[in-house]
Design a protein around this ligand. Structure first.
Ligand code: KG4
Ligand code: ZN
Length: 361
């Protein structure tokens, strides 16, 4: 996995701490506090972990900014970073209170380092580094995508070999997972992410931001066969995705038929996305020779998505692990979980490591 802090030079005021933080013997029990602030949710979670045991979520707090961004029809970076900095202190205190512990009980601090909005990532990562610096406890930087990818396995004692599909607002990624930390990309989107397509089509239909849940709502009373929208890049063994053609097809339909029933458009659009997601994931799982599929990210909250994967997996004899509802959209529990696994693998990061707005998995 590419990591933001892998090659940093230790030349800053933090150099003494940084040098002692890059190697650690395999630790045992740890209480991990993580901050997630990559986009429009400020989140803090505290997890207790022990190698070989399922992680225990002691607290998981999320302060959503959706209402603030709704009036702009999407996320405004400056509004997001200011809201993160305003919400964070109280959220850390709330997490400690709900976990029933004090700051002194935290063994490791961590934060999302990327991908995401630079100014938002800086707020969470700087706060976590500051707590690490003051307490003298280690810091672990976490890739947001690794958080999503591992989120279906938080209640297990280890991350099993599988193919994972991340479907969020920023990413549509198919990964082969050998074990925690060992990943190979099998496919990704060439243009819009699945959640982004939901949000853009939602906007075209005049629905509030974010469009995903709104489309799901109105689609339930629509006819999914009313419009035959394109399913792109389905030929051969292609594992990449493209959703911009589908989005454009919806736009042209609305221009041609301004009185088209929104529910029918939404249902036909949704089924087109779902069919592509399911088909490619099954292909990837077969090509990788795994019998387990993991599903994560905001779009995996969608009931039609969940049902389609459940049905197809049971028909074809695959086990399906879907992240629990509260772990699908952005949260810090998944970040703390990925951080704990990195920490237990002996990895810690220097305090002078940079964020990675375009960080890849
Ligand atoms: O994982 P997430 O919270 O943030 C990113 O890392 O991007 O995902 C947010 C995305 C948004 O695009 C949102 O519209 C979509 O997940 N989403 C849904 C549903 N709930 C959230 N899409 C379809 N159906 C839903 N029920
Ligand atoms: Zn996310």
């Amino acid at each position: 996995m590419e990591h933001p802090t892998a090659n940093v030079q230790h030349g800053s005021q933090y150099s003494a701490i940084a040098k002692t933080q890059t190697t650690m013997n395999h630790p045992h029990v740890a209480i991990f506090l993580a901050i997630e602030s990559s986009c429009d949710e400020t989140a803090v979670a505290i997890l207790r972990g022990e190698p070989g045991e399922a992680a225990e979520v002691l607290a998981s707090e999320v302060a959503s900014q959706i209402e603030e961004h709704r009036e702009h029809g999407g996320v405004v970076p400056e509004v997001a970073s200011r809201s993160h900095s305003l919400a964070l202190n109280a959220l850390v205190e709330k997490a400690l209170e709900n976990a029933g512990i004090g700051m002194g009980n935290i063994d490791v601090f961590g934060a999302t380092m990327g991908p995401g909005l630079a100014s938002s990532l800086l707020v969470g990562s700087t706060a976590a580094k500051a707590m690490s610096c003051v307490s003298g406890k280690p810091f672990v930087g976490i890739n947001h995508l690794e958080g999503h990818l591992l989120s279906p396995f938080m209640n297990r004692t280890e991350v099993p070999r599988h193919v994972g599909l991340i479907v969020s607002g920023g990413h549509t990624l198919l990964m082969e997972v050998e074990s925690a930390g060992k990943y190979k990309k099998l496919g990704g989107t060439r243009d819009d992410a699945a959640g982004e397509a939901f949000d853009k089509v939602g906007k075209m239909l005049g629905l509030p931001y974010p469009g995903g849940p709104e489309i799901e709502k109105i689609a339930s009373s629509g006819n999914p066969t009313a419009y035959d929208f394109p399913r792109s890049m389905m030929q051969g063994g292609e594992l990449d995705f493209s959703f911009s053609g589908l989005k454009t097809a919806v736009l042209y339909t609305l221009q041609k038929e301004p009185k088209a029933k929104s529910a029918d458009i939404a249902a036909s659009f949704q089924v087109a996305v779902v069919e592509v997601l399911v088909e490619k994931t099954m292909r990837a799982a077969k090509a990788a020779g795994v019998n387990l599929i993991g599903l994560s990210g905001g779009v995996s909250l969608n009931r039609v998505v969940r049902e389609a994967f459940t049905k197809r997996c049971s028909k074809e004899g695959f086990e399906l692990a879907i992240a629990e509802g509260s772990l699908c959209t952005d949260n810090a529990a998944m970040i703390a979980f990925a951080g704990l696994l990195r920490f237990f693998a002996g990895k810690v990061d220097p305090l002078d490591g940079d964020i990675g707005p375009n960080l890849r998995l």
